[in-house]
Design a protein around this ligand. Structure first.
Ligand SMILES: [Zn+2]
Length: 374
């Protein structure tokens, strides 16, 4: 499908030049830049699946993608995005294979349900919160800001948050008087508005469906998007934020890129593939941003800190000790935080450059379901 794949350029503008999608202007850039700093990722750079498999003796700072690639699971045989059967033309990297047809990479080896379950075990999202008190408070604030912003663009009616986690975003919507429900198969049941079911089991009519850093976690993302198209009322909105696998930071930090997050991230999305797919499903793209999805500056910080001797894992550093992948001594945590402070100016410049080039670490898409049935 070369025509389809090339309709959207890598920077999210249309090939024919009359893009409806727009880059954020100067003021929104500044605003979003601050958000890019404080949005905390739900991803985690390395996995206990890798640790518990053949890499139980992996030294601290080991390459997480290489460690994951050694787990006991079959290689991915087809692209999880477009279904293309992998052959010699596809690009194989540690822990993932990039499809020659659509440009999306699929996690390989392809984890079993049990291996994925291990990767989402309780320690990943402890009920007491993932981060230190300040971190969780920041997460709550940023989700409130996101809900308030979306309130202004979404038509009235109920909102469905796919991959709702502990429900921070839907609670923010509910505080604004909006009916909001979440689905998350890994929900711990603590929030009555988050249903522990697969998204495909959901029915009803929704004015908006949100995939906030969740589409990359599902085994058949295009099937999920198609289901979303079925659930969203005509004129309703689809909101998607995912890591941008072809961003500058993804290319620069490679196997250690924060948002590679193997194996929880099962697909590694190329923006043109996402935008083309949404149009094919009957959505009109109204906005594309390479900053609004958040995690952009943190992606840079994490990557730069990971280049220091000993490869400190900044994301682990800021998590509560019980939510950490590997133990970190107080001295090592201090070292990692110091490295982050030193790296901040470079990370800020890197963020500014990649966002200006529309190659930011995440892509945010706001799309409206056309009035006509697709
Ligand atoms: Zn593909």
């Amino acid at each position: 499908m070369p025509g389809l794949a090339h309709r959207w350029l890598a920077d999210g503008t249309l090939h024919n030049g009359h893009a409806e999608a727009t880059a954020p202007g100067c003021v929104p850039v500044l605003h979003s830049f601050v958000e890019g700093l404080i949005y905390l990722p739900s991803a985690k750079p390395a996995s206990r699946v890798a640790e518990s498999a053949s890499q139980s003796d992996a030294p601290a700072g080991a390459n997480p993608a290489v460690a994951y690639s050694l787990i006991d699971a079959p290689p991915a045989e087809e692209c999880a995005w477009c279904g293309h059967r992998f052959d010699g033309a596809d690009t194989r990297r540690p822990g993932r294979t990039r499809c020659s047809r659509c440009g999306v990479a699929t996690t390989s080896p392809w984890p079993s349900d049990e291996q994925l379950g291990d990767a989402y075990a309780v320690w990943y999202r402890p009920t007491a919160g993932r981060f230190s008190g300040v971190g969780d408070a920041v997460l709550k604030r940023t989700r409130s800001a996101l809900a308030s912003r979306l309130q202004k663009v979404l038509p009235s009616g109920p909102v469905l948050d796919v991959g709702a986690g502990d429900g921070t975003l839907i609670e923010a919507f509910r505080r604004n008087g909006r009916d909001a429900v979440g689905v998350d198969p890994y929900s711990n049941g603590a929030n009555p508005h988050v249903r522990a079911v697969e998204f495909e089991e959901m029915t009803g009519e929704w004015s908006a469906v949100i995939f906030w850093h969740s589409l990359e976690h599902v085994r058949r993302p295009v099937r999920s998007l198609r289901h979303a198209a079925d659930l969203i009322v005509p004129g309703g909105m689809l909101i998607v934020a995912v890591p941008n696998a072809t961003s500058m930071q993804a290319r620069l930090f490679g196997d250690r890129w924060l948002a590679l997050d193997l194996p929880r991230h099962l697909v590694h999305i190329d923006p043109p593939a996402l935008l083309s797919q949404l149009e094919e499903l009957g959505f009109r793209i109204e906005r594309v941003s390479y900053l609004r999805g958040g995690q952009v500056l943190f992606g840079w910080l994490h990557g730069l800190v990971g280049r220091f001797p000993g490869h400190p894992d900044l994301y682990d550093t800021i998590r509560r000790s019980e939510a950490r992948q590997a133990a970190q001594s107080p001295a090592f945590r201090l070292y990692a935080l110091g490295a982050a402070v030193v790296s901040l100016p470079v990370a800020a410049v890197g963020t500014a450059i990649e966002v200006a080039r529309r190659a930011g670490g995440t892509i945010y898409v706001q799309a409206r379901r056309e009035q006509k049935a697709s």
